[in-house]
Design a protein around this ligand. Structure first.
Ligand code: NAP
Ligand code: ZN
Length: 346
């Protein structure tokens, strides 16, 4: 076992503490990673505040992990010491069910193992990337392309794949009108991916504050949802609405902006249930859907796509002792657009 320094929350909503945990002995297929940067996802906040329930404490959040391979197990074939690598939201799955076999490990029927706030198949708690080191089986490690700096790459491991995957699944591309709701960590990447895929992109943000940056990320149109006229102007407009908002929305109002056969895809994950009228669906043969992160193969594809198209998160690098404050700033939407922890400050 190896001791590693971590930032840990002892109980829901408690401030972070610097402490140590043990990482397991390397198994034959394990990769030992020196973490350099870890992004702060809004899911870290939902989890550390136990808003979704079932939180396992003490908790070490973090699933936007970028680092360098420091050692490999005896049977590792995909990685070598010195490789620049990433780990996202998951660290294991059964590897045998139909979803694992098709590269969609996130929907594993045995239950995918989350990078933190979960119990692995041996019953041990998992601890995430607010940590100096992590041990992960090689099938859940991805390669960070040379064209991406590690700090910039880290948010792609969750925010990137969580938006890339549904955009691809619902065929974002030329001729498609797509709305991105909420311009935070996920949203500002969704704009860039949808634009690079060739879709016509509209940003729906609460205020007009982020308009210039949205257009800079490739948006064709920008509307403020605080203006009720937005919903009438855009009635029946979109093929796809990707909702990245961490709070409940007026779902009927958003459904009204879909064309016939359009789909509202939720990736934002508010704790409370949504409410909508079935007539909002019936009257336009519309669908409501959801999407969970993305599989490992697709995560690698997304990283390569980002490097090739010059897609990059806009980040603010912080020290380990600034994480509590950063959480408060994310809750106030006072971040452009992703905090990334410099793990050397831990
Ligand atoms: P974030 O950076 O806080 O961005 C959320 C954005 O939503 C904000 O920037 C804001 O955009 C908008 N917003 C916030 N509060 C709102 C409110 N009360 N009403 C309307 N809009 C509001 O969060 P994130 O890291 O992108 O994560 C977003 C959500 O996705 C979280 O719930 C997270 O847990 C979830 N998530 C899901 C998955 C998945 O697999 N499905 C993966 C990762 C994250 P504007 O200022 O532009 O309005
Ligand atoms: Zn996340």
């Amino acid at each position: 076992m190896t001791m590693t320094r971590v930032l840990s929350v002892p109980s829901a909503k408690a401030p972070f503490e610097k402490t140590t945990i043990e990482r397991r002995e390397l198994r034959p297929h394990d990769v030992f990673i020196d973490i350099k940067y870890c992004g702060i996802c809004h899911s870290d906040i939902h989890s550390a505040f136990d808003e979704w329930g079932g939180g396992i404490f003490p908790m070490v959040p973090g699933h936007e992990i970028a680092g360098v391979v420091a050692a490999v197990g005896s049977e590792v074939t995909k990685f070598a010491v010195g490789d620049r690598v990433g780990v996202g939201c998951f660290v294991d799955s059964c590897g045998e069910c139909e979803y694992c076999l098709s590269g969609e490990e996130q929907y594993c029927t045995k239950g995918v193992i989350s990078t933190y706030n979960a119990l692995d198949y041996d019953g041990n708690p998992t601890y995430g990337g607010y940590s100096q080191k992590i041990v992960v089986t090689e099938n859940f490690v991805v390669r960070i392309p040379d064209g991406l700096e590690l700090d910039v790459a880290s948010p792609l491991l969750c925010a990137g794949i969580t938006t890339y995957s549904p955009l691809k699944h619902w065929n974002a591309g030329p001729g498609k009108k797509i709305a991105i709701v909420g311009m935070g960590g996920l949203g500002h990447l969704a704009i860039q991916f949808a634009h690079a895929m060739g879709a016509e992109v509209t940003v729906l943000s609460r205020s007009t504050n982020k308009k210039d940056e949205a257009l800079g990320f490739g948006a064709n149109h920008y509307f403020a949802t605080s203006d009720p006229a937005t919903f009438t102007t855009l009635a029946g407009r979109f093929d796809l609405i990707l909702n990245t908002v961490s709070a409940n929305l007026d779902v009927d109002a958003y459904l009204s902006m879909l064309r016939v056969d359009g789909t509202l895809v939720n990736v934002g994950a508010p704790a409370e249930p949504d409410k909508y009228s079935v007539f909002s669906l019936i009257m336009g043969r519309r669908s409501i859907a959801g999407s969970l992160v993305g599989g490992i193969r697709e995560t690698q594809e997304m990283l390569d796509f980002a490097a090739e198209h010059g897609i990059a998160p806009k980040i603010e690098v912080i020290r380990a002792d600034q994480v509590d404050e950063a959480y408060q700033r994310v809750l106030r939407s006072d971040v452009r657009y992703r905090f990334v922890i410099d793990i050397s400050t831990l």
